[in-house]
Design a binder for this molecule. Structure first.
Ligand SMILES: [Zn+2]
Length: 298
């Protein structure tokens, strides 16, 4: 952490007092890099966006598709994925950042994001923070992307062999009929030390093939409903797989989620990364019953 002169601490404190009176104001750093300006969370209604660093008021319900950041529009489940990236890079570099924007340790990395929700502010942050950032999409229709990439097409994947240090693939796999093939190709595109952050809606106790008509908002068909047993597929393809959850021991309240979905993790509890209550609240990760991800190393 860099040193902050007293007058700057005072100035920032006064500014925060004026703009966010209920906010605790412990200033950590104001250098032109991450972290800039950080406070202690005192009340539950403020969220620190772990992508852009903006502090905003909690509004709406705790749905994983909600709690949108007022600057970069990240939603709760996206911040879960960003936290996975920050924690993983933190472990490797020994430098932890509170948010993604201008985190110096991210500069050497090339990142691929599959079918992201586009936001201009977010795009700019990716570009100023990472060495290189690519957004891909299956057909370039529903998402703004740099490269067309069908994850099951060897031809599409071939030019990107070992090209990416970080791949973020969120809410894509459930739309791909041959999802195992997609996982193999994701591994192929990882650099030797690269890692994948994978998110799928984990609704079930165990895998259920979708044989009925099910579509998500962007009109893409859903072929699979996953449970944590997806880890068995992942472990066949990747060397090291870590499940990440918001909480492990709690009562699931969402009606669309099977109440026993975390049972599949009971026998591997010590391998599971748990964010915990305070991180869930401070970073606005949403309701813990869908606050999940997998981190996989080649
Ligand atoms: Zn943000």
């Amino acid at each position: 952490m860099s040193y902050i002169p007293a007058f700057m601490r005072r100035r920032a404190k006064n500014y925060l007092l004026r703009t966010l009176p209920e906010y605790g104001y412990e200033l950590v750093s104001v250098r032109d890099r991450n972290p800039w300006l950080v406070g202690n969370q005192q009340k539950d209604d403020l969220i620190i966006c772990n992508f852009c660093g903006t502090i905003f008021r909690r509004s709406g319900n705790d749905h994983p598709e909600g709690l949108n950041c007022i600057h970069c529009d990240t939603i709760a489940r996206e911040r879960v994925a960003f936290q996975c990236i920050l924690d993983e890079v933190g472990k490797r570099t020994g430098t932890n950042s509170l948010f993604f924007r201008r985190a110096a340790q991210l500069k050497p990395f090339t990142m691929l994001e599959c079918s992201p929700r586009h936001n201009q502010n977010r795009r700019e942050i990716y570009e100023e923070t990472l060495g290189k950032y690519y957004a891909s999409d299956f057909d370039m229709m529903a998402h703004m992307a740099d490269i067309k990439l069908d994850l099951t097409s060897d031809e599409d994947v071939q030019p990107f062999m070992q090209a990416f240090d970080i791949i973020l693939c969120a809410h894509v796999l459930e739309h791909i009929p041959d999802y195992r093939k997609a996982l193999i190709n994701l591994r192929t595109m990882l650099s030797p030390d690269g890692f994948l952050v994978l998110q799928v809606p984990l609704l079930e106790n165990a895998y259920v093939p979708v044989t009925w008509d099910e579509f998500h908002q962007d009109n893409t068909r859903v072929f699979h409903r996953f449970g944590f047993d997806l880890i068995n597929d992942l472990k066949q393809i990747f060397n090291q797989v870590t499940p990440v959850v918001g909480l492990l021991d709690f009562h699931i309240t969402s009606p669309e989620i099977k109440p026993e979905k975390y049972l599949a993790l009971q026998h591997m509890r010590e391998q599971v990364v748990v964010f915990g209550e305070s991180k869930l609240r401070c970073n606005g990760f949403g309701n813990p019953d869908l606050c999940d991800a997998f981190i996989a190393y080649k």
